[in-house]
Design a protein around this ligand. Structure first.
Ligand code: ADP
Ligand code: MG
Length: 315
């Protein structure tokens, strides 16, 4: 389903790679936790799956397709088959819960009849059937994340990437979100979740991939959060010669929630809620939902999406 072949990503020349010599495969239907201190490369890995950023060397395959060979006009179709959920929800603030979900269907030209059936179905699946008319600010954090998950899942993507989806939520709310992701996984979607949520990882006992400074130091089929890997940073095992690690992460084994502070140091277009780059950007509210799409393009997209769903072409 997703395969990295010797992938290295260096954002800026002279800098340490964000991801280094990554060789890993996520199979169809798997649930994978990506763990590791802030700055270890989790988000970079996900952004390469979405083709939001390209590897410096090596290849990434999604559903049997080498992403470097997907022409840019096909990237929207790729992303439509990959749901994405973020720590900060990224809902359209002036649209209701219903409209936020509807939006994901409207942009691909889903017939109105189908929209009217699917949106309530999604709201019900995430337990918000009576809150469709609420605006994001009228919802709790957990409820906002449910809407974001409904929006990410409404097109039944074959992959769902969740980047610290419970990072802003209290433990009991986080539990509900995790259950939802597990349900989506049960329905066949491959889920890759970056997290610092120790409780979540320990409760699920699924595959755990741990990263340190862009490298995989652990890959357990039924792992826990705590690591016996000698290089592990999250478990406070001092890494050997890992001079490139976030000094703070080393000094403080409690690395949770560090990402939000990281963001402040990044370029403005890398911050959550950015407008540029990727189909997951937050569109302007005034945008015509169906602009830019003619029927021809839509057909091409559908054919491509079918390819992605085709077990023959999947790996
Ligand atoms: P994580 O998600 O595990 O916190 P990231 O993938 O965000 O890790 O970051 C990995 C490394 O790449 C960090 O050193 C980070 O500062 C750097 N990095 C991430 N995004 C960018 C970017 N857009 N430009 C330059 N460096 C980046
Ligand atoms: Mg991250």
């Amino acid at each position: 389903m997703i395969r990295f072949d010797d992938v290295t990503k260096t954002y800026m020349r002279g800098q340490n790679p964000a991801v280094e010599n990554l060789d890993i495969e996520f199979a169809r239907g798997e649930f994978v936790f990506l763990v590791g201190a802030s700055g270890s490369g989790k988000s970079t890995l996900m952004r390469m799956v979405l083709k939001e950023t390209a590897p410096t060397s090596g290849t990434v395959h999604v559903a049997g397709k080498d992403l470097s060979r997907i022409p840019s006009w096909r990237v929207p179709a790729l992303r439509r088959d990959i749901g994405m959920v973020f720590q900060d929800f990224r809902l359209l603030p002036s649209k209701t819960a219903y409209q936020n979900i509807e939006f994901a269907l409207a942009v691909i030209g889903t017939p109105r009849k189908v929209v009217r059936r699917l949106v309530p179905e999604m709201l019900e699946m995430v337990g918000l059937e009576d809150k469709g008319r609420r605006l994001p600010h009228e919802l709790s954090g957990g409820e906002q994340q449910r809407v974001a998950i409904a929006r990410a899942y409404v097109n039944r993507p074959s992959i769902l990437l969740a980047d610290e989806p419970t990072g802003n939520l209290d433990p009991s709310t986080a539990e509900g979100i995790l259950d939802l992701l597990a349900e989506i996984n049960d329905r066949g979607t491959t889920v890759v979740m970056a997290t610092h949520d120790r409780t979540a990882v320990d409760r699920m006992r699924r595959r755990v991939v741990e990263m340190v400074a862009g490298r995989v130091v652990r890959d357990d089929a039924h792992g826990t959060y705590e690591s016996v890997a000698p290089e592990s940073v999250i478990s406070g095992n001092l890494p050997d010669g890992a001079e490139d690690l976030d000094a703070q992460a080393l000094a403080d084994p409690e690395t949770d929630h560090r990402d939000s502070t990281d963001d402040a140091q990044r370029s403005p277009d890398d911050r959550p809620g950015r407008q540029a780059g990727g189909s997951h950007r937050v569109p302007h509210d005034g945008d015509d939902l169906l602009d830019e799409r003619d029927a021809h393009l839509r057909e091409e997209d559908e054919a491509f999406a079918e390819d992605l769903h085709d077990p023959e072409s999947a790996r």
